[in-house]
Design a protein around this ligand. Structure first.
Ligand SMILES: NC(=O)c1ccc[n+]([C@@H]2O[C@H](COP(=O)([O-])OP(=O)(O)OC[C@H]3O[C@@H](n4cnc5c(N)ncnc54)[C@H](OP(=O)(O)O)[C@@H]3O)[C@@H](O)[C@H]2O)c1
Length: 221
């Protein structure tokens, strides 16, 4: 899907892939922001019915293929060491939001992600060659994602970064981030998204918009 077509979508339907720690929280905050959300794990939706009901009421548990088929935005909230189990054809032509981080102590050494010339989302995008990949939500913990939402204009509103190469897709995801309750700071490219990764200047940091912009600019300089 191209950015031009995406920018016409008024209130995109969201499919969250992953029903572990962060997936249900992303589903919940998106529902509370007014989006229609489905959620899927790697198998039978019956297995995530209870967790969805409790942690993300209103999110529809579905088979991944069904959730993705009806969605304009697909959020990848699966451990990176499981990424190879995701069939790229499943998310072809979709806007994919990559929330994943590469953490060798947790993920083990994943050869695919060992090339330090590229950010992990660039490697994801390379494998998902028919999808449009945008990186965000990887640099905030799942508890914080729930707790730190604030309305526009609040002095305590936290900023989150968004990185992508397709401006229409970035705009659409930025609107989701804003509606959820965060200020969206656009980075210049998917490659610049490596600034959002573990060890980077904004990973896990509570920063307001100007502080966030300063931190990524200083690192990029
Ligand atoms: N935890 C956080 O606070 C946080 C915050 C931001 C970003 N992240 C990133 O988000 C990712 C997920 O983190 P997590 O802590 O939520 O992990 P987690 O709790 O281990 O999540 C596991 C979930 O992923 C599902 N899954 C695995 N392979 C799948 C596939 N091919 N299709 C659909 N679902 C699949 C699993 O389903 P089954 O049980 O059916 O296999 C399970 O529901 C990581 O890359 C992490 O770095 C985490």
């Amino acid at each position: 899907m191209t950015g031009g077509r995406l920018s016409l979508v008024q209130s995109p339907r969201i499919a969250v892939l992953g029903a572990g720690h962060v997936g249900p929280v992303i589903a919940r905050v998106a529902i509370e922001a007014g989006y229609q959300v489905s959620i899927a794990a790697s198998g039978d939706p019956d297995k995530i019915a209870l967790i969805s009901q409790v942690l993300a009421p209103g999110a529809e548990p579905r088979w991944a293929a069904d959730a993705v088929a009806d969605a304009e935005i697909v959020v990848l909230a699966i451990p990176l060491h499981k990424f190879a189990t995701l069939d790229p054809a499943l998310v072809a032509d979709k806007l994919v939001v990559d929330t994943m981080n590469y953490w060798p102590p947790v993920d083990g050494v994943q050869e695919m992600f060992e090339d330090s010339r590229y950010g992990s989302s660039q490697i994801v995008a390379h494998r998902l060659a028919r999808s449009t990949v945008v990186k965000t939500l990887n640099h905030i913990g799942y508890h914080e994602l729930d707790d730190e939402r604030r309305p526009v204009g609040s002095p305590q509103r936290r900023a989150l970064g968004i990185a992508g190469d397709d401006p229409g897709a970035v705009d659409l995801v930025a609107e989701v981030i804003e509606r959820i309750g965060y200020d969206a700071v656009r980075l210049e490219s998917l490659g610049a998204g490596s600034l959002l990764e573990p060890g980077g200047p904004v990973f896990g940091a509570f920063l307001r918009r100007t502080q966030f912009e300063r931190a990524v600019r200083a690192e990029a300089a």
